[in-house]
Every structure is written in structure tokens, then in C-alpha cells.
Design a protein around this ligand. Structure first.
Ligand SMILES: O=C(O)CCC(=O)C(=O)O
Ligand SMILES: [Fe+2]
Length: 403
């Protein structure tokens, strides 16, 4: 365990020097592998960073009202007296972020989309058509909740193996995923359906999660469901679907997955998770704002480019169902994760899977003489099985469903 000190810890400094050395020596290709690690924060910046999660656990009931920032000293005092065990766990983690060479991921302010700004809606649609991913701000999820969820996730991953293995599949791959030959550093937990409070309860109960963690997971699932439905509705609206056509998203099942990457000094530069597309309609990802390494394939260049984490925002990915449902208009983004630092990395994903009845088919609005129907209607669970049985994790299986 890395202890938090007044300055950077030895390991943090080692990583900094490792990255500087790599940058000096590397070719541009190697640079993109090293990815997003920034200089150590100055003391004044570190104080700011330490403030990020403050006040989180002290006020679950006041989550909707962000706590005003305090001085570093006020913050420390408050923590000593009021922080929950969940939060104290977070505060021992190291802090890395930033990058030099990044994908230009459009940032969409959700408050501006829809009638408020046709330009912002057009940017949202274009991002999904070109790159298949974008970042959202103005999503309404309080920073305290995000910080607390991240801390809760760390505690869940510390549960004994037999507890984690009780998180069994509802559909293939939705339960506990142990490190494997393909993704040796990667471990994940899952939950389906995160839109159903009873399923969220059952997930926590089966793990025997501590009460504070349960409360956090429930609040998070509820809020993230609101966010994912909002994003999907705004995307559909930007594509010209009317209210009636787009209002069903709230009934679509959601998969929730927490990911952990067990990185060490020996794994820097290796794969965290293989190249894949998400099978879902779209994904909302809360990245690890301290450890980068996510890369997306830019269709314009055919190259993978690092995506810089931005605390407080979410990354949205279009998945295979998004491409099929839009009759090929939306781009299912290929992505992967590389190990860029010798410290554990976590991320939290919510997937809006497919219509409630599982049937994926492009609405008539997207089909005309210029754009004939591209895919046969299919069942989502069958599609997921198809991807898995053929080892086609990067959208290849869609070609089997062409009309
Ligand atoms: O950990 C990440 O940043 C990406 C995770 C991911 O791609 C996934 O859960 O599908
Ligand atoms: Fe993914």
C-alpha cells in the first residue's frame, strides 16, 4: 500500500522519472504507449487535489448540494472528524493524470443540448457519427457521489475472492470477470439490471457489502441511470427522432460494471484490456482520473490515441447496438486500455444495452432510398452470445447481421 505523504510518495516520483526518461528516449509510437502521465503537482496544486473528495461521506443526504471548497487545513480537520471509512480508503491513493498527445474528444455540455442550443446538439451527433465517443459535462451527477463511488469500488475489489465469485452472470459476461489469459491484469464485477433497484440491492446483498457501500452503489446506480437516459434521449433528438420514438430509453436494461486493473512496476507498457467495442447502445464511463491509459481508435487515421481523463466528466462510447439501431450512422468506437503506471486503476461503466424486448432494429426514420436497411433485426442476447462464441469483441459480428 502506498502511504500518502506531504509531498509525492517514492513510487509516484519513480513513475514521474520513468515517464520523463521514456519521453526523452521514445519515438512518437512509444509516446502514445506511455500515454497520459503529467508532471508531479506543485505543493499548491496538491492541496487542491487533496480537496477533491472532501466532505463526500459526511453528507450522503446532502449529495445534491456540492460542498463549498475549503482551505486545505479546514479540509483536513473536517476529514479527521467526519470522513467515513470509505473516504479514508480513497485518500491513500496516488495521483497521476494529464497527457501531451491526446485524442480530440469533443466535450458536450448536456445543459446546452436540445432546444437550448441546436449547435451543441449537432456537435453531439457529429461526435457519435465520426469518432463514436465524446465527453459530457453538465450531467448533474454531484462530484461527491462520484468520489464516494470510486472509494466504494475500491472496497468492493478488496472483498475476498469467494464473495466476488458470488456475483454470477445474468447474461454472459455480466457477472464477476476474473483475470484471464487475454486480460491478465483486468478484473471486473457486474450487475444487471442497474435500472432496477431490486437488482442493485440483490447485487450488494450477495456480496455482503458494508451498509455504507450499499447506500453509495444504490445512489450511484440511480443517478447514472438518469444520466444515461438523458444522454440517449439527447442523441436521439439530435438525430431527428420525435419524443414518442425516443422516450423508451428509460425502460432499456442497463448493465453496470466496475473494472480494476492490477498494475505493477513490471506491467507498465502492457495491455490492460484488449481492443474491443462495447456491445451496448451506449456506455457512460467514469474514468480513473488519476491513472490514464484508455485509448480510442481514430477512424480518420486508423491509429489508437490516448484519451485524457477529466475529473467530474464522463466519457460516452457508442457500441454495436448504437451502430445497428442507427442504421449505420453512429460509429461503434474501438478502444483498449494500456498500463501507463504501476498503480491500480479503476473505472466504472454503465451500459444502456438494448430495447426492453431485446429486439434491435433501426426505426423507419433512419431508413430511406439513400440509406436502405443495413442490418436484419436481431435479439441483443443472441448478438452478445455470437460475439463471445466467435471471439469477435471489436464489432466484427455486426457484419454477420447485414441485411
Ligand atoms: O477502463 C476503461 O477505461 C475502459 C473500460 C471499458 O472499455 C469497458 O468497461 O468496456
Ligand atoms: Fe469498453
Amino acid at each position: 500500500m502506498i502511504k500518502r505523504r506531504r509531498g509525492w510518495s517514492g513510487v509516484e516520483r519513480n513513475v514521474w522519472y520513468f515517464v520523463q526518461q521514456a519521453k526523452r528516449k521514445a519515438t512518437s509510437v512509444a509516446l502514445s504507449v506511455v500515454g497520459p502521465v503529467r508532471r508531479p503537482p506543485r505543493q499548491s496544486e496538491q492541496r487542491g487535489a487533496a480537496r477533491v473528495p472532501h466532505g463526500v461521506a459526511a453528507s450522503l443526504s446532502r449529495r445534491t448540494q456540492p460542498t463549498p471548497l475549503k482551505t486545505a487545513r479546514e479540509s483536513e480537520t473536517r476529514h479527521r472528524h467526519r470522513a467515513s471509512p470509505i473516504l479514508r480508503h480513497t485518500r491513500t491513493q496516488p495521483f497521476f493524470c494529464g497527457a501531451a498527445e491526446m485524442a480530440k474528444v469533443p466535450v458536450i455540455d448536456l445543459r446546452l443540448t436540445g432546444a437550448a442550443s441546436p449547435e451543441e446538439s449537432a456537435r453531439l451527433r457529429e461526435a457519435c457519427e465520426r469518432l463514436g465517443c465524446f465527453r459530457v459535462t453538465g450531467h448533474g451527477a454531484p462530484p461527491e457521489l462520484l468520489a464516494e463511488m470510486k472509494a466504494a469500488v475500491r472496497l468492493l475489489f478488496d472483498l475476498p475472492d469467494d464473495a466476488k465469485r458470488r456475483n454470477t452472470d445474468v447474461i454472459p459476461g455480466s457477472g464477476y470477470v476474473a483475470p484471464s489469459a487475454t486480460n491478465a491484469l483486468y478484473e471486473a464485477f457486474g450487475l444487471l439490471d442497474a435500472a432496477a433497484p431490486a437488482d442493485v440491492d440483490a447485487f450488494c446483498a450477495r456480496l455482503d457489502a458494508p451498509p455504507g457501500v450499499r447506500e453509495t452503489v444504490k445512489a450511484y446506480a440511480e443517478k447514472m441511470h438518469d444520466v444515461i437516459v438523458d444522454v440517449a434521449g439527447k442523441l436521439a433528438s439530435s438525430m431527428g427522432l420525435d419524443q414518442e420514438e425516443r422516450c423508451s430509453f428509460k425502460d432499456w436494461p442497463c448493465q453496470f460494471r466496475i473494472n480494476k486493473y492490477n498494475y505493477t512496476e513490471d506491467t507498465v507498457g502492457s495491455s490492460g484490456v484488449q481492443v474491443h467495442t462495447d456491445s451496448s447502445f451506449l456506455t457512460v464511463l467514469q474514468e480513473d482520473e488519476c491513472v490514464g491509459g484508455l485509448e480510442v481508435l481514430d477512424p480518420a487515421t486508423g491509429e489508437f490515441v490516448p484519451v485524457d481523463p477529466v475529473a467530474g466528466s464522463f466519457l460516452i462510447n457508442i457500441g454495436d447496438v448504437g451502430t445497428a439501431w442507427s442504421n449505420g450512422r453512429l460509429h461503434n468506437v474501438k478502444h483498449r486500455v494500456r498500463c501507463v503506471a504501476p498503480v491500480p486503476r479503476i473505472s466504472i461503466a454503465m451500459f444502456l444495452l438494448a430495447p426492453k424486448d431485446g429486439r434491435v432494429s433501426a426505426p423507419e426514420t433512419f431508413v430511406d432510398a439513400d440509406r436502405p436497411r443495413r442490418y436484419k433485426a436481431f435479439n441483443y442476447d443472441d448478438y452478445r452470445r455470437l460475439r463471445m462464441s466467435n471471439g469477435e469483441h471489436a464489432g466484427e459480428a455486426l457484419a454477420r447481421l447485414e441485411a
